[in-house]
Design a protein around this ligand. Structure first.
Ligand SMILES: Nc1ncnc2c1ncn2[C@@H]1O[C@H](COP(=O)(O)OP(=O)(O)OP(=O)(O)O)[C@@H](O)[C@H]1O
Ligand SMILES: [Mg+2]
Length: 300
């Protein structure tokens, strides 16, 4: 296979429950009106949706040798992702995120499972290096891999690939020095507004983007209902969100990443990449989870 994008990262499922009462009481049984068990995890959603858009994508990860792992792999495969390098190990469990869509806001509970055990030895670096571009999401969830991430990005770039990173949130909210080290080897950084500020270490978004753009070639900030902005050197481009009937926003940021990278790797200009990414993100919100809207392909 000739790969355009190699994604390394976490692989788990999302269990989403809809229609729950506003308050959950101890020892009572509450009923949900709808339920979806679907592919979750930022890295896997990026890989799935890139492939659904038509970009040749390979995925390296670690999963348990269990029913959840098999379902996650089947979903990636159906979208056309090459999963031949995903390892399954019997002694670990594939992780699960339970999302409770409560009227007063979401509750998100994650059992990380395999993603915290995945180490550098679980990744086929020679395989990753055959692609044009390397992407990884969820910097802070990779407990075993994290000490090696800066070196992994450095090696991918040294092998001639361009690289992108979406940190997502840091559950400990510490935004350690190792992130700054890793960002030195990143071509496209894809945070949301809060993550951009935390990664730069300044509370003001404009100042944060200024700092990041001083050493990262392309900084893309996702701004929820306000769309997104791109900063390349001294050039700034902004694009409004696309509108869509929202079922849930799960995976919108990951779908944005897939849309942006898909167009960027085709050589499109920044304005076009942003507009397309916003459309792909909005499309993701029209069905449950981050990949349901992309199953069976996507003709955006
Ligand atoms: N309410 C909305 N209407 C239309 N588009 C939206 C809406 N919310 C998010 N989006 C789209 O999704 C993109 C990413 O959303 P957001 O800024 O929330 O990223 P994120 O925080 O990284 O998301 P995630 O929770 O998936 O990690 C936005 O740039 C926008 O294009
Ligand atoms: Mg995100």
């Amino acid at each position: 296979v000739t790969l355009e994008v190699a994604v390394a990262g976490e692989l788990n499922l999302d269990l989403i429950l809809y229609g729950l009462p506003a308050s959950l009481q101890q020892e009572r049984e509450h009923l949900a009106s709808d339920m979806v068990l679907t592919l979750g995890s930022s890295s896997a959603i990026v890989a799935h949706n890139l492939a659904a858009l038509g970009t040749k994508t390979g995925f390296c990860s670690l999963a348990g040798d269990d029913a959840f792992g098999r379902l996650a792999l089947a979903r990636l495969q159906e979208a056309g992702v090459d999963v031949s390098r995903v390892r399954q190990r019997a002694e670990i469990a594939t992780g699960l995120t339970v999302i409770l869509q409560l009227p007063g806001g979401r509750r998100i509970l994650t059992y990380p499972g395999a993603m915290q055990a995945m180490s550098l030895a679980d990744l086929d670096l020679d395989y990753l290096a055959t692609a044009r571009h390397f992407h990884l999401s969820s910097f802070f969830l990779h407990r075993a891999l994290r000490p090696h991430l800066s070196d992994l990005f450095r090696r991918m770039r040294a092998a001639g690939l361009t690289t992108s990173l979406d940190t997502n949130d840091d559950p400990e909210d510490r935004w350690g020095e190792d992130l700054a080290q890793t960002l030195r080897h990143v071509d496209v950084f894809l945070p949301n507004e809060r993550e951009a500020c935390r990664a730069a270490g300044v509370p003001d978004l404009e100042a944060a983007v200024e700092r990041l753009a001083a050493y990262i070639p392309l900084v893309i900030v996702k701004r929820g209902p306000h769309g997104a902005l791109a900063r390349r050197g001294r050039e700034t481009v902004a694009a409004p969100a696309a509108s869509a009937p929202v079922v849930d926003p799960v995976g919108a940021g990951d779908s944005f990443n897939a849309g942006f990278l898909h167009r960027w790797l085709q050589g499109a200009d920044l304005r076009d990449c942003l507009a397309f990414a916003n459309r792909v993100a909005a499309h993701s919100t029209t069905k449950p989870g981050g990949t349901e809207a992309f199953r069976g392909g996507c003709s955006l």
